[in-house]
Write a protein that binds this ligand. Structure first.
Ligand SMILES: [Zn+2]
Length: 326
């Protein structure tokens, strides 16, 4: 009985702007029916707000308690519903339940979505009181806000927010995703990667070149330059490549053996006789099709490394029953 009550309960987020410029936001998650931090903010008198509570939460005491509680009582509230895998960004408590988000004035819906922890590139559709809106739409007291990822839209439906890349999908990856970058190149996808990229360079390059930023850093996706991006959920590189191919529906665009694994340059066919002197005896004997990278001069052939990757390629292609492009 107690569990049933818990799962039916709503949760609350208080968004309170702090610091210089008002850009940072403190977010509290607390079940509305409990006496969590979200409700404590609204206790009106010091006599009902024991000093022991402030001592137990020194950060709360320093940053919020000195502010006027009368200001906090003027906060507006809206109900947010995050759909499908957008719940991955919420703490476990409020997942898959409506959230009450409290705020001052009428901030943009993008600001409130990201204050809840959900990066804007992950969002494909927003409705306020049933009407489709863009990121700049203001949220007012009493609004009902629905936030959907691309996976919650019908297959093939375009995002009205236009944050899904059109045409050839190209990637740039953060330094934690080196193996994923190699797998993407093996499958023929244009994928920039360096292990010394700074966050600023990643975000700027993604924005300027219209690349999808793949990252394990949720905060990086919240940078305003990033238009296309995805937070890779899996930790295992082979699970990651399946996740990314599925997310961007790329199984039909797989072109193995077309891109340099070292430098990402598109490979060119080369005659066997032109590279014969560079081949080991067994390679010379058993392989007849070669490609060369015009940038770094590396030679590739469908050898043992390619054969080991074939199982992964087959798994990716099975995502929608496609065969690789020629
Ligand atoms: Zn190369």
């Amino acid at each position: 009985m107690r569990r049933k009550k818990h799962t039916q309960g709503r949760s609350s987020i208080t968004v309170h702007r702090t610091g210089c410029g008002g850009r940072r936001a403190a977010v509290f998650f607390a079940p509305t029916q409990s006496m969590g931090a979200g409700l404590w903010l609204f206790r009106p008198h010091k006599s009902t707000f024991p000093d022991s509570a402030l001592q137990a939460f020194p950060w709360f005491s320093r940053s919020l308690a000195p502010r006027s509680r009368l200001q906090l009582t003027r906060m507006n509230a809206a109900r947010f519903e995050f759909h499908a895998d957008l719940n991955d960004f919420l703490p476990r408590g409020p997942r898959f339940r409506p959230l009450e988000v409290r705020f001052r004035e009428s901030p943009s819906v993008k600001h409130l979505i990201e204050a809840c922890g959900v990066p804007h590139p992950e969002v494909a559709l927003i409705r306020i009181n049933g009407a489709v809106v863009d990121f700049s739409a203001p949220v007012h007291d009493g609004d009902r806000v629905e936030v959907l990822p691309i996976s919650a839209l019908p297959a093939g439906a375009a995002s009205p927010l236009e944050n899904q890349p059109e045409g050839e999908v190209r990637f740039i990856l953060d330094l934690h995703l080196g193996r994923l970058a190699v797998y993407l190149r093996i499958l023929g996808f244009d994928s920039l990667y360096r292990n010394d990229y700074e966050d600023e360079e990643l975000a700027r390059t993604a924005g300027e070149q219209g690349r999808v930023l793949l990252t394990r850093d949720q905060r990086l996706l919240m940078r305003s330059q990033v238009r296309y991006g995805y937070w890779v959920r899996a930790l295992d590189p082979q699970e990651q490549i399946v996740e990314v191919i599925s997310r961007y529906r790329l199984a039909g665009q797989v072109k193995p053996f077309h891109r340099c694994l070292r430098c990402n340059t598109r490979l060119q066919p080369v005659e066997k006789k032109a590279v014969l002197e560079r081949l080991e005896p067994l390679t010379r004997r058993y392989y007849h099709e070669f490609r060369r990278c015009p940038q770094c001069d590396q030679i590739f052939w469908k050898g043992s490394h390619y054969e080991r990757m074939q199982a992964l390629v087959d798994r990716v292609l099975a995502l929608d029953g496609k065969r690789p492009s020629a």
